[in-house]
Ligand binder design. Sequence first.
Ligand SMILES: Cc1cc2nc3c(=O)[nH]c(=O)nc-3n(C[C@H](O)[C@H](O)[C@H](O)COP(=O)(O)O)c2cc1C
Length: 193
Amino acid sequence: MILDLLNKRCSVRSFVDKSISEEVIDRILEAGRLSPSGGNEQPWKFGVITNKELINHISDIAYHQHWMKEAPLLIVLCTMIVEDERGGREIQKRRFPSFAGEIDHLGKELYSNLNMEEHQTKIAGTQMVLAALENDVYSTWISYFDVYKLKELLRLPENCIPSEMIAFGYTNNSIHGRMKKSVEEITFYNYYE
Ligand SMILES: Cc1cc2nc3c(=O)[nH]c(=O)nc-3n(C[C@H](O)[C@H](O)[C@H](O)COP(=O)(O)O)c2cc1C
């Protein structure tokens, strides 16, 4: 059940020395592939990193988060910049009508960069995390890294921006869920006040 998995999920930063099978990696990628996206554009590429040397290098680029070096698998969630050609500007003008004039005047390249929907990769990543956990693989999200150094290291094309990474692995550690706010604290019904 999905709620059982969500209760089991927590960030793990200590992994045992055990690789993740191709079969499990394929299941994780399939979970990402099936995720929703605006206009079904699927504006992403998923970088599958299992090379130890590369993982060590990426950990340095992630401001020396040394714990990452234990992970047998990193998935780099990359956002593909969708060019200003598919009516996106009209949608943004309707979402933010008071800025419609400014949105019209932005140059194509600047607009495409500002409109990069990096948040969309988080949906795919969330599905991956759950698919991994179903196979007893724990994970932790990483967004604290130098985006441009990582882009260069992985030889990403200009329109491909690394948004987040997820480190995956098996753990022996006892798992402690973090404190979460109560439903009452984070919910409103119909009107805020
Ligand atoms: C988008 C995102 C980015 C994160 N970046 C990092 C990171 O760079 N390094 C890290 O150790 N944890 C990172 N985390 C993990 C959070 O610290 C963790 O999810 C939070 O403390 C809640 O704990 P839980 O995942 O166990 O519920 C990130 C989480 C998210 C969702």
